[in-house]
Design a protein around this ligand. Structure first.
Ligand code: M6R
Length: 609
């Protein structure tokens, strides 16, 4: 959580800090601030609220300078307030620092620093870092950072400045991501590449326990121990325009409509209809690993967990292998055991989710191999894994995951096919029709998205409904969970996802005219049972909306409204059934005038435990 940014140049960098913070706002948005080195002084501006509030504040209290740092916050220690907003300064006001992460030993440090006479002005854990810097500063900010990080326990990505060295920023990493941007006559540091794309596509990534010193003329990196580190510079392929709204009212809407292309990009060069084969060579997974694997464990959080459940059903059906899907936060709390023949997949859009990273680290010594399924191929998860399956979704700015979920399902579909191929649980003749069907999926998704106006009409008609039950069975059970999560997180409406078969074991007690059931009923192996669920709801006075095949007269008879989808192979129906649910949640939230892209209390990357 939280986004940090820094620029060192030979021009005014305040507009760049603000632009960078706007790009990072998805990481946290309860308060924001900047600190700029200006004529031998540190000028600091902070607000409670969003980046637009900071911009308003700067209009009446402007500041300029060639070197500075900025922060957008998701509160962990201390409520959102101007005082708790970063950057934080030391007692003398000559050092300023921004931080992403959590300092676990902050209380002991705070008591010690207070006893030494330091005055604390915030409720944050971060403030101890800047007072430690003050203690250690002796003419070199880099050395002060080196001595300071040696005293810290926990996770941190920090960037700091000193008024005595007005040309430089010093950054350090132990946990949360730090990306360095190499511009022409200017250098940048950020939590994420999306904040750098406006300036440069030449980037490098700070590893854990490394320090970077940035000036307008370049970047120098060392380890915490002081050894020089040569960082390879990578040239990004993402274009700056990929992070624009392109005429949509919200990023989430743009990202929903990009989904057919996400699936196309994911399938590109990985399928051959002629040979009936799937190629995942780009993931760097030795097919021998598939052959050796006796069990698969998928580890993830939130929406990525739901994609993992879809992956489980695909792998079970195609690869005939036992599969477990685990919440990362739960797995790491358990005494989890597995034998050496277990293949572990971590699924994470960001590749930086703290619980997922910790869970993968906890099991990696027991696993046959760990594969990262991620949209961030340079993330910590990707770097620590034995193989990386890129979900090819492009940058996702909306906090609610949509296109990255579909990208994960596409990657897992390919993975399941490749696994089955290696295990010989299905031959090329059986794979070929599945490949053909997968290739038809993007066009079918476009057909569903073309009916968005109908979904908007229904979402508006149901605005007064306060309770939803999302029901699905088998491969659409995870889609019921995902539909409920989307509605909850962006429209703040109570929604529960349930396996259809579980309804009669409890939730049926909730059914009355105030509860709307959204049922997923594609014609598949559990179709008749889902129709049974709908009848049970109707018999108790509940309202029913359904996602069903276009020509499904039975579904039309029993549901108040049907969101039609084209016929599709039962293994790939989640690509279509999820779309009306995403759109329903989006239009409900937009009609209520809510902040769709930045829902309250959430952050895109959950880099704290
Ligand atoms: O980056 P990750 O995929 O690891 O993130 C996992 C969850 O935090 C994320 O999916 C979250 O549930 C989203 N808000 C869902 O829209």
């Amino acid at each position: 959580m939280c986004g940090i940014i820094g620029c060192a140049a030979s021009r005014d960098i305040v507009p760049d800090l603000l632009e960078g913070l706007r790009r990072l706002e998805y990481r946290g948005y309860d308060s924001a601030g900047i600190a700029v080195l200006n004529g031998g002084r540190i000028e600091r501006r902070r607000v409670k609220g969003k980046i637009r509030d900071l911009e308003d504040h700067l209009r009446s209290s402007s500041v300029a300078g060639p070197c500075g740092i900025g922060h957008t916050r998701w509160a962990t220690h201390g409520r959102p307030s101007e005082d708790n907003a970063h950057p934080h300064t030391d007692c003398t006001g000559t050092l300023a620092l921004v931080h992403n992460g959590i300092i676990e030993n902050y209380w002991a440090l705070k008591e010690r620093l207070r006893a030494e006479g330091h005055v604390f002005r915030t409720e944050t854990d971060t403030e101890v870092i800047v007072h430690l810097l003050e203690n250690h500063y002796n003419g070199s900010l880099e050395e002060a950072v080196r001595r300071t990080v040696a005293e810290l326990e926990g996770s941190f990505a920090v960037a700091c400045v000193s008024h005595r060295e007005p040309d430089r920023i010093v950054a350090a990493r132990n946990g949360p991501p730090v990306v360095i941007g190499h511009g022409s006559g200017e250098s940048f540091v950020s939590s994420d590449i999306t904040a750098l794309l406006q300036h440069t596509r030449r980037v490098s990534y700070l590893a854990d326990r490394e320090i970077a010193v940035l000036t307008s003329s370049g970047v120098r990196c060392t380890t915490f121990a002081g050894e020089p580190v040569e960082k390879p510079v990578e040239v990004l392929t993402w274009e700056a325009e990929m992070i624009e709204k392109k005429g949509f009212a919200h990023f989430m809407a743009k990202e929903i409509f990009e989904q057919p292309d996400v699936v196309r990009d994911s399938l590109k060069s990985r399928l051959s209809l002629e040979s009936g084969r799937v190629f995942l060579g780009d993931a760097g997974i030795d097919p021998k690993i598939f052959r050796d694997s006796k069990r698969v464990v998928l580890v993830a959080c939130g929406t990525s967990y739901h994609a993992g459940l879809v992956g489980k059903y695909l792998l079970e059906t195609l690869g005939r292998v036992p599969v477990d899907v685990e919440y990362a936060s739960e797995l790491r709390a358990r005494d989890f055991t597995m034998d050496r023949g277990t293949l572990v997949l971590g699924i994470s859009q960001s590749g930086e989710t703290a619980d997922t990273l910790a869970a993968l680290r906890a099991v990696r010594d027991q696993a046959r191999a760990v594969v990262a399924v991620t949209n961030s191929v340079n993330s910590t998860m990707a770097r620590e894994a034995d193989g990386v399956l890129n979900t090819h979704s492009g940058p996702e700015i909306g906090v609610a995951a949509t296109k990255t979920f579909v990208g994960q399902m596409a990657a897992l579909s390919l993975f399941a096919l490749a696994f089955a191929q290696a295990k010989k649980t299905i031959g090329p003749e059986a794979v070929r029709p599945l490949i053909e069907e997968l290739q038809r999926v993007p066009h079918k998704m476009e057909t569903v998205l073309a009916r968005a106006a109908d979904i908007e009409r229904v979402a508006r008609n149901f605005l007064s409904c306060e309770h939803y039950l999302f029901l699905g069975r088998w491969i659409n059970f995870p889609i019921a969970l995902e539909g409920a999560l989307k509605l909850k997180e962006i429209s703040y409406t109570h929604a529960e996802g349930y396996a259809g078969g579980e309804m009669k074991h409890g939730p049926i007690a909730l059914i009355d005219e105030g509860m709307t059931t959204l049922a997923l009923v594609p014609r598949d192996r559990v179709y008749e049972k889902m129709l049974g669920n709908i009848s049970e709801v109707q018999a108790r006075g509940g309202r029913v909306l359904a996602v069903a095949f276009e020509n499904d007269a039975k579904a039309r008879n029993v549901a108040e409204e049907v969101f039609p989808i084209p016929e599709v192979h039962q293994l790939f129906s989640p690509f279509l059934t999820v779309l009306p649910l995403q759109l329903f949640a989006y239009y409900a939230a937009a009609a209520k005038g809510l902040d769709v892209d930045q829902p309250r209390n959430l952050a895109k990357s959950v880099t704290v435990e």
